[in-house]
Ligand binder design. Structure first.
Ligand code: FES
Length: 121
């Protein structure tokens, strides 16, 4: 049986570890995978993003999925969150466009304007 003091110490150390993890900011790429996204082709887009991030060994990039983003007609939608930058929303994505976004935006830091929601409206 551990003393209360020991338990408090363990707890504190665990919290510290989480903080350190939370501080390491990287790029987050989120793909809308509601039914509309999937039917519009979000799955191959997600696969292309994962593949390209792996090929380029982008260890600080997380590719994840979300549900409804709210604009069915513009699916597949991909959102990019980079530390210190505004969110960028890419629409009507294809695997080819996804690869270009990785190369130009994620690697070179240049938003691919013509694929963004701003360019469509
Ligand atoms: S159901 Fe299509 S964006 Fe929400």
């Amino acid at each position: 049986m551990r003393s209360l003091e020991e338990l408090a110490k363990i707890r504190e150390e665990a919290i510290k570890k989480v903080d350190i993890r939370g501080m390491k900011e990287g790029t987050r790429i989120v793909v809308g995978m509601a039914t509309c996204g999937i039917s519009a082709g979000a799955r191959p887009v997600l696969m292309a993003l994962l593949e390209e991030a792996k090929v380029r060994n982008l260890t600080d990039v997380v590719v994840s999925q979300t549900g409804c983003i709210g604009v069915c007609r513009l699916e597949p939608i991909v959102e990019v969150y980079r530390p210190g930058e505004e969110k960028v929303t890419y629409i009507e994505m294809t695997p080819e466009k996804a690869k270009k976004v990785i190369a130009e935006h994620i690697v070179n830091g240049k938003v691919v304007d013509e694929y963004t929601i701003g360019a469509a409206e």
